[in-house]
Design a protein around this ligand. Structure first.
Ligand code: BES
Ligand code: ZN
Length: 944
């Protein structure tokens, strides 16, 4: 081993602290290589690089990283020996480092000979999170060098970089662990590195630990050495070529379970020792899903092992570090006694998502963060493809439409963004992990898969993954791979390479025409928004018109024309009619268009099964025909079509394009609906209206709406049992229906819940409640002082995070603002209620009509604390902003929010989410203006 220790001349590196001043001569290399060795007057050196992105003239090849964390004093020291390829002559190595004390820097040539006797100056540019090391001897283009850095830092208190976390055992002992989370830009907080996704390199990692601990990293341990001081040094096998954000290491005292896949990959699930019991489901699922992906992508998982670790303090849901996936406990651990049907689905989906990343993201990585959807959109969509096959009973496809509805929710606001968007600063990059990348990305892929057929899609992505393995890709590379499903030979000969039936459907895919796919897909990935297609019958033809769908701007609004200017999508349109069972297809590439449907056609339903990412408006009698169809014979349409119609109609009412009574009439058929998905979709709108009028304190409508819902759905509510019996969809329906019924004050529901709660408390909480109704039972119990106090006590003792989540949600539903206040305080302290749960706690309190002002004031008061804890742009900060402002419905509240954002202008101006929040409030205000009157009179009629 080769670790050089230099004298630490802290002063010298301190002297180099300068702000960026000079600008480089060109964007790929720092300036002015000097052949001669100047005296090292560091005071005269200024930071040589002024860009956020690193220069490209030095490429990292191999990191040898040694880390020694001390879990007692909560800090670590490390050394990195970095093998570099220099492209052009330079005196500077510029790389990332954030918050690290770099004590020594040395440059060696390929034979490990020192280039200089002097201690090299390290200059810092904290604004860009970069350091620059000056080598007095020029580093010659075409040569390889070693950069040696010694550094140290605290184990972080937050959730990024190399950070510490604790958990409590049932005997009350607190144990510490150290873990990492790097994506997108926090590897630089753990060790100096070229922290950009294109700088792929190999990693040889070694970790020193006490014998009582286990160290984990991306690769398995190659060798463990006992050191003189009794410490152990685990040397991990050299990794494959990968991006810095995928590096991970953990030092902990966890227990694990393991199994091996058919292809010989060792899969292990780790958790805190007392949670070991909850790891078994995840292990089975991970093995099954890994085997699925190996087959589906036709590429074997390249590492010998895959670990999945439940980390007690974890901010996001999970992170796909190659070979060492980390999870929030609720995303991995499954406790058969306290987890509900949807908890199981969630765990399965998260595992499916992170395993999909082992190919989409880890093997093939986007070139830059502007295309993060190539990771996240794919991983999200692959959840559906893989879970559908591996766990058909979970009926994951029931949730796909909802994924797209969420995407449309964001995309129909003026403040949306294209799937591929500019992102340069760490805050902008963090904000890219949003609904547009995840949900819209997945929905656009779903549309594409339908258009291309499953087989063509699968072959195309196999090709993409193979072509760009261990490398980086951008959108165009994906389109080229998907279109070009022919072999090179077939392609150049001008033929096509499908069976005839496929090629007929996909005529544009003939060799040579593959550019059309790019044109089509660019309209979905480079353009903001979601299209609305209006269809009108004219004789035997269906006349089509497309526009951008906007919920807050009406065609009569003066801003309308400019907001529509230049928008055009290539829409793979599908429709079904009453005269045949087949699906008709048409690629709409112009603003207006028409198709022949025939005179005899009665109803037309466009966007079959909502496989396309667009909304549809039916002009003339179109909506009435469909309303009638649902009343007479709703099963003439698939459950997805029915759900789509419901969603569509209510979206149009929000936009002021369809009157609310039409949408309400449309769901008038729901009493005969037996499918959970459309039923819950319709119910969700009614519930949302209820929560809105309840929150706005409009007593007559609140009362009537509650009466109406309970009356209309009486039959289906009464059919529910308080158990965990039945299929996944039946369980989901029960869970949601009973929760709503109790929330609306339904007496039979409240009485049953109260009985169950008392029973449960009397049993000293040993009795296990049906998991699907636990949250409802707790929420009812939490309304009494003693029930609330008992729940809080049980919360502190419970070893199941999913169980704790249910209790917390119940605690936050209390009508007593003092209690809500107390919860928020506990969240800030971070002891009883972990900081990782603070964002969802704030959102829970904000959803409670008694809590929303409290939550909003709290956010304003503790804004900087929250940003310190979660980082600007993170999912948690965005969740807090959207969650606390989403309940505002008045112009006064909008002004209040605007004033607050202005007061934090420096941060707010870096965030897209602030504009999204304001658009959202605007949408709420307009909804009330447009629809409250209609809702009131419609209810009056119904109640009569
Ligand atoms: N790659 C992300 C983790 C991540 C999230 C990194 C945000 C940086 C910022 C991971 O694959 C992911 O998407 N996690 C989700 C859960 C997933 C099941 C949707 C998350 O953490 O919310
Ligand atoms: Zn992901």
């Amino acid at each position: 081993m080769f670790w050089v220790r230099f004298l630490v001349l802290a002063l010298l590196s301190q002297a180099g602290v300068t702000q960026t001043s000079s600008s480089p001569t060109h964007a790929s290399a720092p300036p002015n290589p000097t052949e001669e060795q100047p005296p090292l007057n560091t005071g005269s050196l200024s930071f040589p690089w002024s860009h956020l992105r690193l220069p490209e003239n030095i490429v990292p090849l191999h990191y040898h990283l040694l880390l020694h964390p001390n879990l007692t004093i909560l800090s670590y020291i490390g050394t990195v020996r970095l093998e570099l390829q220099v492209q052009n002559n330079t005196n500077w190595v510029v790389l990332h480092s954030k918050g690290l004390r770099i004590t020594t820097a040395t440059v060696l040539d390929q034979n490990l000979a020192h280039l200089s006797d002097q201690v090299l100056p390290v200059l810092h540019n904290p604004t860009h999170e970069q350091v620059a090391i000056f080598s007095p001897r020029v580093l010659t283009g075409g040569q390889k060098y070693f950069l040696l850095l010694e550094f140290g830092a605290e184990l972080g208190e937050g959730f990024y970089g190399f950070y510490r976390s604790t958990y409590r055992t049932s005997t009350g002992e607190t144990r510490t662990l150290a873990s990492t989370h790097f994506e997108p830009t926090s590897a630089r907080m753990a060790f100096p590195c070229f922290d950009e996704p294109s700088f792929k390199a190999n990693y040889s990692i070694s970790i020193r630990r006490s014998p009582a601990h286990t160290a984990l990293s991306n690769m398995p341990v190659d060798q463990t050495v006992v050191l003189d001081d009794g410490l152990m040094e685990d040397r991990f096998a050299v990794s494959v070529r990968m991006s810095s954000y995928l590096v991970a290491f953990i030092v902990c005292d966890f227990r694990s379970v393991s199994a091996t896949t058919a292809s010989g990959v060792k899969v292990s699930v780790y958790a805190a020792p007392e949670k070991w019991e909850q790891t078994h489901y995840a292990l089975k699922a991970a093995v099954k899903l890994l085997e699925f992906y190996e087959k589906y992508f036709n590429i074997n998982y390249p590492l010998p092992k895959q670990d999945l670790v439940a980390i007690p303090g974890f901010q996001s849901g999970a992170m796909e570090n190659w070979g060492l996936i980390t999870f929030r406990e609720t995303s991995l651990l499954y406790d058969p006694t306290t987890s509900s049907a949807s908890d199981r689905l969630w765990v399965t989906k998260v595992i499916a998502h992170e395993l999909a990343h082992q190919w989409f993201g880890n093997l093939v990585t986007m070139k830059w963060w502007n295309d993060i959807w190539l990771n996240e959109g794919f991983a999200t969509y692959m959840e559906y493809i893989s879970v559908d096959t591996t766990y058909p009973k979970l009926r994951v496809e029931d949730y796909l439409l909802d994924t797209c509805f969420v995407a449309i929710g964001r995309d129909s606001l003026n403040s949306s963004r294209p799937i591929s968007s500019v992102a340069e600063s760490p805050t902008q990059i963090k904000e890219m992990f949003d609904t547009v990348s995840y949900n819209k990305g997945a929905c656009v892929l779903h549309m594409l898969r339908h258009y291309l057929t499953d087989q063509v899609f699968q072959i195309g992505i196999m090709r993409y993954l193979r072509r760009y393995s261990y490398s980086n890709a951008r959108n165009q590379d994906l389109w080229d791979s998907l279109a070009n499903t022919c072999s090179e030979e077939e392609f150049t000969s001008g033929g096509h390479c499908y069976s005839n039936s496929q090629s007929a459907k996909n005529a544009y895919l003939y060799a040579g025409e593959h550019l059309d796919l790019t044109t089509m897909m660019n309209t979905w990935t480079l353009q903001t928004g979601v299209p609305l297609v209006t269809v009108a019958r004219q004789g035997s033809r269906l006349v089509l018109k497309q526009e951008r769908f906007l919920r807050t701007t009406h065609p009569s609004d003066p801003a309308w024309p400019s907001l529509q200017q230049g928008y055009l999508w290539h829409i793979p349109l599908t429709y079904r009619t009453d005269t045949s069972t087949s699906i008709h297809r048409h690629l709409m590439t112009t603003l207006t268009d028409s198709v022949e449907v025939g005179e005899e056609v009665g109803w037309v339903k466009v966007n079959v099964d909502m496989a396309g990412y667009y909304l549809v408006h039916y002009d003339g009698p179109g909506w009435d025909d469909l309303i009638q169809l649902l009343k007479d014979n709703h099963t003439a349409l698939s459950f997805m079509d029915r759900t789509h119609l419901i969603h569509n109609a209510f979206q149009l009412t929000t936009a002021g394009r369809l009157s609310l009574d039409k949408a309400l009439d449309l769901i008038g058929y729901l009493r005969s609906e037996s499918h959970t998905v459309p039923l819950l979709q319709g119910l969700a709108y009614l519930e949302a209206f209820y929560r809105m009028v309840e929150r706005m304190d409009i007593p007559d409508v609140t009362q009537n709406l509650s009466t109406y819902i309970l009356w209309y759905f009486r039959g289906v509510i009464d059919r529910q049992t308080w158990s965990d019996k039945g299929s996944v969809s039946e369980r989901r329906l029960r869970s949601e229906l009973l929760s709503l019924a109790c929330h609306l004050g339904d007496l039979p529901c409240l009485e049953q819940a109260q009985r169950s709660f008392t029973h449960w408390l009397d049993s000293n909480s040993t009795l296990s409640l049906p998991a699907d109704v636990t949250e409802t039972v707790y929420s009812v119990g939490a309304q009494e002082d003693s029930g609330w106090a008992s729940l809080l006590h049980i919360y502190t003792l419970s070893l199941s995070e999913t169980h704790k989540h249910k209790i917390l949600s119940a605690l936050a539903s209390s009508r007593d603002t003092n209690k809500l206040h107390r919860l928020l305080e506990l969240g800030l302290e971070g002891e009883v209620i972990r900081t990782q749960d603070l964002d969802s706690l704030i959102v829970m309190v904000a959803r409670n009509p008694r809590g929303h002002h409290l939550a909003w004031s709290y956010v304003q008061k503790y804004w900087s604390t929250l940003v310190d804890k979660f980082q600007l742009g993170s999912f948690s900060i965005r969740n807090i902003i959207i969650g606390t402002t989403g309940q505002f419905f008045s112009t006064e509240e909008l002004t209040e929010v605007r004033v607050f954002f202005e007061s934090i202008h420096e941060q707010a101006s870096q965030l897209r989410v602030t504009q999204v929040a304001m658009d959202n409030i605007q949408k709420n205000i307009l909804w009330l203006q447009r629809n409250l009157g209609t809702l009131r009179s419609w209810l009056d009629q119904q109640i009569d």
